[in-house]
Design a protein around this ligand. Structure first.
Ligand SMILES: Nc1ncnc2c1ncn2[C@@H]1O[C@H](COP(=O)(O)OP(=O)(O)O)[C@@H](O)[C@H]1O
Ligand SMILES: [Mg+2]
Length: 322
């Protein structure tokens, strides 16, 4: 990524409090065009909360999230928009301050799409219908928001044809064309995951946020998912922000990794840098050591219990010790 190009997403001092809980603590990072940026960290680190802020589900307590459609956007442009009090400026390709925008504007205008930690498809609709319904906004705009427009306007007919075309394109990309007319809920889990991503892609996002898409997938499904993510990154003008637990997936697919712990950033760099960063090693080993210590203490406790019982009941009920 050329440093002269504006980052797609610049997050600065993002902070989110839930009552007394500080879920995100002064977080700053950038996501670049053409990159898969991975957001990793232990459970409860605040990863999903970051997504909820970016997509407008939560209004952050503090911080700025600037999304620039144009590579020529400058830091001065971001400052000027911030000072203007407006939510966006579309005079130069589109610059959006996500923290000021409601979720539907973030989807429709800033063009940020997401999937959820738990799959949310319309399970009773067909596979194809799920992909067309995702484009509802564009279709309604083309109808001029009137019923007559829906039925007769040439612009609507054109938009409808384009929506079907785009749905068919993504159906082909996820290799589910043969299941177009089946209920989405009847698909195997891995196919539902990829359908959910295809549905998000039908809105032509500039940023796609995927929350643990590989969770629960078998190795074959996981491989298909990686292929799909690479296709999106390489063939389309969509950057990916990925929350992922599986370190092998992170190391294989991401261009850039941001590590969170207790809501704060502890590392930021290439996969190779992050993997060898003492901060990250300490954080991850720290968890393991604590767990190991807890397990050892538990074994000792059981052993001591067994020894006491063994002494008082002539060994009956003893669990035995190694
Ligand atoms: N709506 C909410 N209300 C209160 N606490 C929340 C809410 N959402 C998340 N949290 C808390 O914020 C912290 C970070 O959660 P989350 O972002 O889901 O972590 P991760 O996705 O990294 O596992 C957790 O302590 C969680 O309980
Ligand atoms: Mg989460």
């Amino acid at each position: 990524m050329s440093p002269a190009q504006a980052p797609l997403l610049t997050i600065e001092h993002l902070t989110m409090r839930f009552g007394g809980l500080l879920a995100i603590d002064d977080l700053s990072f950038k996501a670049h065009r053409g990159d898969v940026t991975a957001l990793i960290g232990p459970n409860g680190a605040g990863k999903t909360t970051v997504f909820n802020c970016i997509t407008g589900f939560y209004k952050p307590t503090a911080g700025r999230m600037a999304l620039a459609h144009s590579v020529t956007t400058t830091p001065q442009d971001v400052e000027a928009l911030t000072d203007s009090g407006h939510r966006w400026d579309e005079t130069n390709g589109g610059l959006y301050l996500l923290e000021r925008m409601p979720d539907y504007e973030i989807t429709a205008k800033a063009r940020v799409a997401r999937t959820f930690q738990n799959i949310r498809l319309f399970t009773g609709m067909t596979v194809l219908e799920n992909l067309i319904v995702a484009q509802h906004n564009a279709l309604m705009r083309a109808s001029g928001w009137t019923f007559l427009g829906l039925l007769s306007a040439p612009s609507f007919k054109r938009a409808e044809a384009e929506a079907t075309e785009r749905a068919r394109f993504w159906l082909d990309r996820i290799k589910l064309t043969h299941r177009a007319d089946d209920a989405a809920g009847d698909l195997p889990y891995g196919d539902q995951r990829r359908l959910e991503i295809a549905r998000a892609m039908c809105t032509s996002p500039v940023l796609l946020c995927l929350d643990e898409p590989a969770a629960g997938l078998n190795p074959r499904e996981s491989h298909e998912l990686n292929t799909l993510m690479r296709t999106i990154r390489d063939d389309h003008a969509t950057a990916i922000l990925l929350i992922e637990h599986d370190m092998s997936v992170v190391m294989e697919i991401s261009d850039h990794v941001v590590v969170l712990e207790h809501g704060a950033k502890i590392s930021d760099g290439t996969p190779a840098f992050v993997k060898n960063d003492p901060n990250v090693i300490a954080a991850y080993l720290g968890v393991e050591e604590t767990e190991e210590e807890a397990a050892e203490a538990e074994i000792e406790r059981i052993a001591a219990e067994a020894a006491t019982k063994g002494g008082s009941t002539n060994g009956s009920g003893s669990r035995g010790t190694p």
